[in-house]
Design a binder for this molecule. Sequence first.
Ligand SMILES: NC(=O)c1ccc[n+]([C@@H]2O[C@H](COP(=O)([O-])OP(=O)(O)OC[C@H]3O[C@@H](n4cnc5c(N)ncnc54)[C@H](O)[C@@H]3O)[C@@H](O)[C@H]2O)c1
Length: 260
Amino acid sequence: MIDFNGKAVIVTGGGSGLGRAAALSVAKAGGDLVLVDMNKDSLEESKKEIQDAVSDAKVEVFEANVTDEEQVKKYVQFTMDKFGKIDGFFNNAGIEGKQNLTEEYGSDEFSKVVAVNLNGVFFGMKHVLKIMKEQGNGSIVNTASVGGIRGVGNQSGYAASKHGVAGLTKNSGIEYGQYGISINAIAPGAIMTAMVEGSLRQMAGEDWEAAGKEFVSVNPMKRFGKPEEVGNLVAFLLSDAAKFINATVVPIDGGQSNKY
Ligand SMILES: NC(=O)c1ccc[n+]([C@@H]2O[C@H](COP(=O)([O-])OP(=O)(O)OC[C@H]3O[C@@H](n4cnc5c(N)ncnc54)[C@H](O)[C@@H]3O)[C@@H](O)[C@H]2O)c1
């Protein structure tokens, strides 16, 4: 059902966590990839991991900071030069930022988190959509968060930016459906990646693993999500199998965001 043969997919934040897992899911279904990240070493690690799993996978890497619109233009052009089209776009690079009460959050920190999580997603959509509109097809998945549909606490920049991603997704989805383009967002709960480890370390220092167990004890499934579970959802939403799903935000959180 999910077939990416002959399709080209860009993944930002492709050097780690959810980006790497989604890229692997796409490669397993036959897709060609451009992985974008600001961390060159982790990009090479992702490429190796994917090609170890799928020996004939075509994987290109591009080092870029998604907060810089010129660099965004460059990764889009790089993809066009390599593959001549963009079928799928996982617009995913993001940071959590420091945790603090709103009054102590810090204006610079707020701007930094919004610059990556929201501006970076907007720049990516702006430049990829121009091409997809000309093609008359394409699928985009933006990474929001449960923090983009619910308040979390101590995360002003993160919650504001991720609610912004959800809004941007709905707005652009209704604009571009008529051009054969679907635009959705995912709202992951706690998925065990470097970001979540960092978040738990902020809360509990060296006791972060115990804090993690307590954190997931209130999840209906009593566990963290796995990156590959998110990767599979992203591959589905980017595939033709999901073509009539548009302008929506899909939670992947074990049910936590619906719990009273
Ligand atoms: N892991 C979770 O539980 C969870 C939950 C909800 C949402 N998310 C979101 O999922 C996305 C991926 O998170 P993850 O858990 O895989 O984290 P991660 O830290 O493992 O991966 C994020 C990647 O993005 C890259 N990146 C960060 N800033 C960048 C920039 N300015 N330009 C280019 N690349 C940049 C990092 O180098 C890293 O490789 C983020 O948007 C995050 O907010 C994660």
